[in-house]
Write a protein that binds this ligand. Structure first.
Ligand SMILES: Nc1ncnc2c1ncn2[C@@H]1O[C@H](COP(=O)(O)OP(=O)(O)OP(=O)(O)O)[C@@H](O)[C@H]1O
Ligand SMILES: [Mg+2]
Length: 264
């Protein structure tokens, strides 16, 4: 079951200590994502992409505005009822558990029996290319291998919604490419709702149905681009390059203008 997500007038101020003045990270963020849609948020570093995902993922409850999942406010939904998978910008594994146990632990905590959890975990370990490393601990893995473990964990839990925060940006391009293909394959089979954050416009164009373009801080979505290209997409498709160019040009002119408007 995929979910519908709606964000209305989202605003986020980070407060520092007792100071009255805070940092306005997000202002007037509005968007809607259809069930089963694959959407990318594209924006420059520091524009508030992770802040949006943290709020939508239920990790940050101090915001103004409304987040609705299938019409129900996030603030009124108990966390254990949310079928959300989250892949963070950096792998967040439990350091005292092996690759296999990091994944089975997540599965058991959502009610999978231990024996089935082991089998499911193994199939996702194989999928991300970590066969043979099941019993390694996070400190025995490279950064990319840790990130692949966290990707396997999120996929294995089979959530309705996947929030992915630049999951492939720390990986080498060859691994990233094969994981992008795998992600699309999983999405094609399951049609989860996916919100994927990136600052790589080629990646956004390759993956998504729609791309939300964000301004610099305070971040807001200033344009939604529909990626009207048939799937499966080829990385050397000239239409992909053309769209990518349009997006980059659009960014340069908009962000340039904003900078001018702020007098920076
Ligand atoms: N916990 C925090 N406390 C204070 N300020 C924060 C906090 N987290 C983020 N910020 C600020 O909010 C703004 C948005 O940060 P965020 O991490 O959402 O950016 P981002 O778009 O994900 O950037 P990147 O692409 O570099 O990951 C930044 O100016 C950042 O300094
Ligand atoms: Mg970020």
């Amino acid at each position: 079951m995929a979910a519908h997500i709606e964000v209305r007038n989202l605003r986020k101020v980070f407060q520092f200590g007792s100071s009255k003045r805070g940092l306005l990270a997000l202002s007037e963020v509005n968007f809607a994502i259809k069930p089963g849609e694959f959407v990318c948020i594209l924006g420059p570093s520091g524009c508030g992409k992770s802040t949006i995902l943290n709020i939508l993922g239920g990790l940050d409850a101090t915001y103004e505005g409304e987040v609705l999942v299938d019409g129900v406010s996030l603030s009124s939904t108990p966390s254990q009822k949310r079928r959300i998978g989250y892949i963070f910008q950096e792998p967040r594994l439990l350091p005292w558990r092996s690759v296999l146990r990091n994944i089975t632990f997540a599965l058991e905590s959502v009610g999978h029996p231990r024996s089935a959890a082991r089998e499911t975990a193994q199939s996702f370990i194989n999928l991300v290319g970590l066969t043979g490393f099941e019993h390694h601990y996070p400190y025995q893995l490279s950064g990319g291998m840790q990130q692949r473990t966290s990707i396997a964990r999120a996929f294995a839990v089979d959530p309705d919604i996947l929030y992915m925060d630049e999951p492939f940006s720390s990986l080498d391009e060859i691994t990233a490419r094969s994981l992008r293909e795998e992600l699309l394959e999983i999405w094609r089979k399951t049609h989860k709702t996916i919100l994927f954050v990136t600052h790589n416009s080629m990646e956004a164009t390759f993956l998504s149905d729609r791309i939300f373009l964000m301004t610099r801080r305070p971040g807001r979505i200033y344009e939604e681009v529909t990626v009207d290209l048939p799937r499966p997409r080829a990385l050397d498709d000239p239409r992909l390059f053309a769209l990518n160019n349009r997006i980059v040009t659009n960014f340069l002119s908009t962000i340039g203008e904003l900078r001018g408007a702020r007098g920076a």
